[in-house]
Design a protein around this ligand. Structure first.
Ligand code: GLN
Length: 486
């Protein structure tokens, strides 16, 4: 499946030796504790954690799928990684992602260990979907989703800037949680678009994601945008307790108001019929659980996509300026340093950018530089920010009248890897229409597997997920609905 990065450890050390070493260390600490101490201090003891390659783990390479970072080994853990390790998680690998998180298929990863495959025109080392290896796992956290789906790890960390946790979760039949912007620290996450990026949780069930969130949530002095808003006390425990109420035929969500975003259910050729079928079955299921299901109008829903791509590209053009081939270690072929001596510095840098960054980051840098440039900033970037506020306002208005909103997570099941239409970037961007608004608004959302559909060519089945969206900091609410629904 190629879920994991090859040769992820500094100095070519062996992953299995490293994991065993960590496990033995944990074992020694556990042995010195009483059973009660173990439960409170190491509630996640031995949980195997896969980490998307744009998230820093001390001593493991963090390439973010880019050749420009092919030899970068971060000196410390991202706050989210540190938090999970402290509770007993064992990091078992770094997972493939689209370069800097830019993409929806995990195919734009310039990986193959040293990132040269792309430049040499070889078939890229990209992750495939465990349900059908002719299909992509989605992206950009596709490696994490495939690893969870194929049980190559227990849980995984991803990042979600415009859907990169939720869409691959839907394509691979796992649960993907994108917390509220600010709920979880971004320290140690390789930045794509700073006002949209959020670390997210991926696991086989909703309670796995809830348990992860419980340990990664919270204010971090190393991330000024992280928020102090407390999580409802011991969310997983309390919520699991509620989950055991009822039993067969019970209506545990009695009276809960679900608003189905009408704009996402239109038969306009954009939404795959099979996904529409899964949505209709999901509405029946929610009614059986006791929910009041209503169609709601979010008139600006379709405006989110252009506003997102303008915002994300603008921020990326600024964030990616540091990848000049000189600041971070990379296997760029010619030594960047000596190049800088022969040619002028600007020439060296532009040469480096040209060959160290893939097509997608280059496209975003060009787009973002354009949308921020004098004369276009007002017409494009500033207008996108106005739309962003409108989208947020429209969704918030509906969340005042409903407990959660519901949409498909993606308009289609997993794409085939040989689908030529995805070579057109605009076609690929269109697939993000269901998820990007949530990032523009900063709200929490979760993708939950909702059904299996025919794959239409091989007689196999493909998973389809639906997305529950909550108001700011209302993770507990969406987790609860998602849990009873799954
Ligand atoms: N596919 C979207 C993009 O390329 C979302 C990516 C993400 O969430 N990291 O921007």
């Amino acid at each position: 499946l190629r879920s994991f990065m090859p040769n992820p450890l500094a100095g070519g050390a062996s992953v299995s030796e490293r994991v065993l070493e960590e496990a033995r260390g944990l074992d020694r600490r556990l042995k010195s504790l009483t059973a009660a101490e173990r439960r409170t201090r190491f509630p996640l003891a031995g949980v195997c954690l896969a980490v998307k390659d744009n998230i820093c783990v001390k001593g493991w390479k963090a390439t973010a799928g880019s050749m420009s970072l092919s030899d970068y080994v971060p000196p410390q853990d991202a706050t989210v990684v540190e938090a999970l390790k402290r509770k007993g998680c064992l990091v078992v690998g770094k997972t493939l992602c689209d370069e800097f998180g830019m993409g929806s298929t995990t195919e734009s990863s310039a990986s193959q260990g040293d990132g040269r495959a792309h430049a040499q025109g070889q078939e890229p080392w990209s992750t495939r979907n465990p349900w059908d290896v002719l299909r992509v796992p989605g992206g950009s956290s596709g490696g994490s989703a495939a690893a969870v789906s194929a049980r190559q790890c227990t849980v995984a960390l991803g990042t979600d800037t415009g859907g990169s946790v939720r869409q691959p979760a839907s394509f691979c039949g796992v649960v993907g949680l994108k917390p509220t912007y600010g709920r979880v620290s971004r320290f140690g996450i390789i930045a794509y678009a700073s006002s949209l990026d959020v670390p997210g949780c991926m696991g086989p069930t909703v309670s796995d994601c809830a348990a992860m969130l419980d340990h990664i949530a919270g204010q971090d002095p190393l991330d000024a945008s992280s928020a102090a808003t407390p999580l409802p006390p011991s969310l997983p425990a309390g919520y699991l307790h509620q989950a055991t109420e009822g039993g067969e035929g019970a209506r545990p969500l009695e009276g809960l108001r679900v608003g189905v975003v009408a704009q996402t259910m239109q038969e306009d050729g954009r939404l795959d019929d099979r996904v529409l079928g899964v949505m209709n079955d999901s509405l029946d299921k929610l009614r059986e659980l006791g929910c009041v299901v209503e169609m709601v109008d979010v008139p600006t829903f379709d405006l989110g996509l252009p506003a997102y791509y303008i915002t994300a590209a603008s921020e990326a053009s600024s964030n990616l300026s540091r990848y000049d081939g000189l600041r971070y270690p990379n296997k760029g072929g010619d030594s960047s340093q000596s190049k800088a001596l022969d040619a002028s510095l600007m020439e060296a840098i532009s040469g480096n950018r040209g060959h160290l960054l893939g097509d997608e980051p280059l496209r975003r840098i060009l787009m973002g530089t354009y949308t921020l440039s004098e004369g276009y900033g007002d017409a494009l970037y500033k207008k996108a920010q106005v739309v962003r506020k409108k989208v947020q306002g429209d969704m918030l208005a509906q969340l005042g009248k409903h407990d959660v909103l519901l949409t498909p997570t993606a308009p289609t099941p997993a794409y085939r890897a040989d689908d030529k239409s995805l070579l057109d970037p605009l076609q690929m961007y269109l697939g993000d229409v269901m998820t990007v608004n949530v990032n523009l608004a900063g709200f929490p959302a979760i993708s939950v597997p909702a059904g299996l559909v025919d794959d239409q060519d091989g007689g196999g089945k493909l998973p389809v997920g639906v997305q529950f969206i909550g108001g700011p900091f209302e993770e507990a609410k969406i987790l609860r609905v998602a849990h009873f629904f799954e």
